[in-house]
Design a binder for this molecule. Structure first.
Ligand SMILES: Nc1nc2c(ncn2[C@@H]2O[C@H](COP(=O)(O)OP(=O)(O)OP(=O)(O)O)[C@@H](O)[C@H]2O)c(=O)[nH]1
Ligand SMILES: [Mg+2]
Length: 259
């Protein structure tokens, strides 16, 4: 774990939300470590810092388990983008987003961007067996800093179908996701004509094969750029005080006034 004093200050925050077992941690591993590896069910939350050009983006992975539900709105505080994740083979995981997770996003920024992500599409679509992205070619690129902050619990094993290679019935279609996206905009009081269109904000991914994973994160990072620039402007207008520097200079002053 990097030393706290050397941590870069994030310019913006992106949060992964969704029911347990939908693959939030796996998506983050795939994107940041170019790997699909065994996971254990997340406890609380953890974040990764991603360098995106000159900007630092913190990506927060949250626990989907009901017992950690109360923490969700805390993790969403000040978020510039929220990735609402479901499992395409599990209808319930989509409805949970609306029933259990949407209200947690009330603490996000007023201009927060919402993406709907149907993961595990490798279980339903043969096309998702091939990665669209550069993931496989750059398997060992690791330019993010893993700053996992909480211990984890064992996650139930992946579906037997994924082990046998048998395709599963898709329970959530892109149209279902687009309809939910419309309802999210209405919940947020946003006008559909001036918001990002559903086609741009609904993704199907596979953390297992890497299908669409880079496209998801990179599209979101592009969309949060205005939020980063606004934040930087605000910081310039009302600069924050560096307590370490103050402490250093007040010590110096104290010393010099002693002498
Ligand atoms: N086939 C397939 N399995 C996946 C995919 N993504 C995740 N899994 C499996 O689904 C299970 C849960 O994945 P996690 O990434 O731990 O899920 P999570 O959403 O982080 O779960 P919580 O931390 O409990 O909220 C694991 O067994 C993963 O291997 C995927 O794209 N395809
Ligand atoms: Mg997890």
């Amino acid at each position: 774990m990097p030393e706290l004093s050397k941590m870069k200050k994030p310019d913006v925050k992106v949060v992964l939300l969704g029911d347990m077992n939908v693959g939030k941690t796996s998506l983050l591993h795939r994107y940041t470590e170019r790997k699909f590896k065994d996971t254990i069910s997340t406890v609380g939350g953890a974040f990764f810092l991603k360098q995106w050009g000159p900007y630092n983006i913190s990506i927060w992975d949250t626990a989907g388990r009901e017992q950690f539900h109360g923490l969700g709105s805390m993790y969403c505080r000040g978020a510039a983008a929220i990735i609402l994740t479901y499992d395409v083979t599990n209808w319930q995981s989509l409805s949970e987003l609306e029933e259990r997770f949407l209200s947690l996003t009330d603490t996000a920024n007023h201009d927060c961007i919402y993406a709907l992500v149907g993961n595990k599409v490798d279980l339903t679509d043969p096309k998702a067996h091939q990665s669209q992205d550069s993931d496989v070619a750059s398997e060992d690129r690791t330019d993010s800093e893993d700053m996992r902050t909480e211990p984890q619990l064992p996650t139930p094993p992946t579906s037997p179908a994924s082990l046998s290679g048998v395709m599963l019935q898709k329970q959530v279609t892109p149209e279902d996701a687009a309809a939910l996206y419309g309802r999210i905009l209405r919940y947020k009081g946003l006008d559909e004509t001036s918001s990002q269109p559903a086609e741009k904000m609904c993704f199907e991914t596979s953390a297992k094969t890497g299908y669409n994973v880079d496209s998801l994160f990179e599209a979101l990072f592009d969309l949060v750029l205005p939020s980063i620039l606004r934040q930087r402007n605000e910081n310039q207008e009302s600069p924050t005080v560096d307590l370490e520097e103050c402490r250093g200079s007040s010590n110096k002053r104290a010393k010099s006034s002693c002498c």
